[in-house]
Design a binder for this molecule. Structure first.
Ligand SMILES: C[S@@+](CC[C@H](N)C(=O)[O-])C[C@H]1O[C@@H](n2cnc3c(N)ncnc32)[C@H](O)[C@@H]1O
Length: 252
């Protein structure tokens, strides 16, 4: 398997690419796969003018929760791209259910290809995607290229808690990076810690149930599904104890 598959499985907290065919099944009970759409809508409403005229690009949009809710709430046009075909079909169905199919377009594609082609957006969103576009520096540079001068970048990522050793940049390192890349930090929204463990517990229950179903159906692959559950739980522990999830609103 190649780098794209390795990063894909990592973006959904898996550890082996053997899991890829089972991801739509394991995640079938969830719509939101990372970002909180309400948080992103709030940031845009507060900081961006003429929201109805906006053209927004959501790279690695998952099952389209952010795209569909943005279109519904703000009346803007959104283009969501993800590599998993089942996620994109789900997003299209949700856009239809919410009556915003005319405002939403979706595409199945590796976002490394999309980011090299798409240009001229008012806002680009990268929500809970990790290093699919490369290092944080490379990611910011690629995102910058997709938007107009004065356009906005929304990144949902995380920074390490003070005094904790982790693979994540510290908040200061992120701020330095934004400065070096010539983008202005407009607002940052750290995750609401009090809601975090409830959301994680609820999502984990769904995933554990589906993993158990898969274990019954494919006993020879039980280790893969157990491994997925364990890595989900470890990621939740990391989010609750070692790192702080954050949404950054930045301006080019
Ligand atoms: C944690 S989910 C976040 C989804 C969405 N942004 C959200 O916040 O709900 C990560 C997403 O990245 C997608 N992904 C990973 N690698 C990708 C790639 N190379 N191209 C497109 N999508 C990719 C996965 O399919 C998955 O939907």
């Amino acid at each position: 398997m190649g780098e794209v598959e390795e990063k894909l499985v990592k973006s959904l907290t898996g550890e082996t690419t053997e899991l890829i065919p089972y991801l739509p099944y394991l995640l079938q009970d969830l719509w939101e796969l990372g970002s909180d759409p309400g948080e992103i809508i709030g940031l845009i409403k507060k900081n961006v003018r003429k929201v109805k005229d906006l053209r927004i690009l959501d790279l690695a949009c998952g099952k389209g929760a952010v795209c569909v809710k943005l279109a519904k709430e703000l009346g803007c046009r959104v283009y969501g791209i993800d590599i998993i075909p089942e996620f994109i079909s789900y997003a299209e169905q949700k856009a239809f259910d919410f009556g915003v199919s005319d405002l939403c377009s979706f595409r199945v594609e590796d976002i490394n290809i999309s980011a090299a082609r798409e240009r001229g957006y008012d806002i680009v969103i990268l929500g809970a995607v990790g290093e699919v576009l490369g290092s944080p520096e490379e990611t910011i540079q690629k995102l910058k290229n997709t938007i107009k001068p004065g356009g906005f970048i929304i990144i949902d990522d995380a920074y390490s808690r003070e005094g904790v050793l982790s693979n994540y940049l510290s908040r200061e390192q992120w701020l330095k990076l934004f400065e070096n890349e010539g983008i202005q930090l407009i607002e940052e929204k750290p995750v609401k810690e009090d809601e975090l463990s409830d959301i994680n517990d609820k999502n984990n229950k769904f995933i554990i149930n589906r993993a158990n179903e898969l274990k019954n159906k494919y006993p020879d692959k039980a280790a893969i599904f157990d491994g997925y559950v364990n890595s989900q739980l470890a990621e939740c522990h990391e989010l609750e104890n070692e790192i702080i999830g954050v949404v950054w609103l930045l301006r080019k």
